[in-house]
Design a protein around this ligand. Structure first.
Ligand SMILES: Cc1ncc(COP(=O)(O)O)c(C=O)c1O
Length: 401
């Protein structure tokens, strides 16, 4: 039997998500319906052709879908991608899994950005690799130290895994940092995998700051980007993600492994994603989500400011999540007790940082807030959280040291 650590954040969501009154743990931009999509696209026809026979469809994903996905990577600094550079999967979670299952085995060494989505280091560990966590911390604005990356590299380092924009902190790695990561990887002939599932939700970069490019924009062949319809495109329910790479060797080896695990994604899901990423729809959907993220983040910012001394954070720049630290008299509260009590007493679901993102003693007192649900969910959820802060916060246990 495979030995793999429990996927703590997914377990937490599985245990609590359906019963929550105010779900502020969700990481997707507020989901849309097919009717909404119809409105966003402004097209006369439905996304789904109900007369089409439901065969397996195109094995790697339809040409139209892969072509629309490839356009997400178009930039004026690199050659365009084409449909052949894309492999469709059931969500970014499967795309990540395939990228790792294809490239990692016993005896390999992997370096992984931390904190991040646990899959990105637990799957490589389960495949027999030794994993070094490339740690970031709030006192350095969650930025990565490049000299540390150099010191982590081993002769058998196979993969450097990063997540940009990052879950849970909402930080972004800028062009210069990405360039240096690529330069280091190139020097040592290491594959760079960037989980870009929160791309292109760059809603709060600040005046004059450039949206960071994709990892595929640096002309390095051995780069893999994974992405999906779940977060920026509000369609988690269709379970559709992808692997993108400029390397035909990477795409072909992932495709070979993929034959054993999925054959193809469902045709209906393929059609819906194709419509959502079509020229007539994609910008409308993204505009809606960027605006929603900005409005909701503004409200979360007011909450954090109002509880100064009890709540601190790094102001997220992108994505859908914030990592807020709660303290009493300078000592972190027990974040698991906090999340359990706020759910029980006020119906607000949050994700505890130490349980869901921390290895060892990391991230005590931190709570991940998913702040891009529908506007009213955020407003009501924050109101309920305020009540909890007034009535119950003082009685919470502190984190064990
Ligand atoms: C960084 C990251 N990667 C991948 C995923 C999985 O996304 P999907 O719904 O596309 O499978 C998530 C979901 O939370 C995530 O945060």
């Amino acid at each position: 039997m495979v030995k793999i650590n429990e996927f703590a954040v997914e377990r937490w969501m599985d245990d609590y998500e359906t019963g929550a009154k105010h779900n502020l743990a969700e990481t997707c931009c507020a989901s849309v319906s097919l009717d909404d999509l119809h409105t966003f696209s402004g097209q006369e026809t439905d996304a789904i052709d109900s007369s089409r026979k439901q065969t397996y469809g195109a094995i790697r994903g339809s040409e139209a879908l892969r072509s629309n996905i490839s356009k997400l990577y178009s930039s004026n600094t690199s050659a365009p991608l084409s449909s052949k550079d894309i492999l469709v999967a059931n969500g970014a979670i499967q795309a990540n899994f395939l990228a790792h299952y294809t490239h990692i085995g016993p005896g390999d060494h992997v370096i992984c950005h931390y904190p991040t989505y646990q899959q990105l280091y637990s799957v490589p560990q389960s495949l027999g690799a030794e994993v070094a966590l490339w740690k970031s911390s709030e006192d350095k604005d969650w930025q990565l130290d490049l000299s540390e990356l150099k010191s982590l590299i081993q002769p058998n380092t196979k993969l450097i895994i990063i997540n940009n924009p990052q879950n849970p902190t909402g930080v972004v790695l800028c062009r210069e940092v990405l360039q240096k990561i690529v330069d280091i990887a190139r020097q040592h002939d290491i594959i760079v995998h960037c989980d870009e599932v929160y791309r292109p939700l760059f809603h709060s970069l600040g005046n004059g700051s450039e949206s960071p490019p994709s990892i595929l924009d640096f002309g390095y062949e051995k780069a893999i980007s994974t992405g999906s319809m779940s977060k920026a495109f509000s369609l988690a329910g269709i379970r559709l993600g992808w692997i993108a790479s400029r390397s035909s060797e990477i795409i072909e080896s992932c495709a070979s492994v993929r034959h054993y695990t999925l054959i193809s994604v469902g045709q209906l899901n393929d059609s819906i994603a194709t419509r959502a990423l079509s020229d007539s729809c994609v910008d409308n959907l993204l505009d809606r989500n960027i605006r929603l993220a900005q409005q909701n983040l503004h409200d979360l910012g007011i909450f954090v400011r109002d509880y100064e001394g009890k709540a601190t954070w790094f102001h997220p720049r992108a994505g859908t999540t914030a990592f807020v630290k709660f303290m009493r008299n300078g000592t972190p509260i027990d974040d698991v007790a906090f999340c359990q009590q706020v759910l029980e007493k006020k119906g607000v679901l949050l994700a505890p940082g130490s349980r869901c993102f921390g290895e060892g003693n990391d991230f005590k007192g931190y709570v991940r807030v998913g702040y891009v649900p529908d506007r009213q969910v955020l407003v009501d959820g924050l109101q309920a959280l305020r009540l909890f802060m007034e009535e119950d916060f003082e009685n919470l246990p502190l984190a064990a040291v």
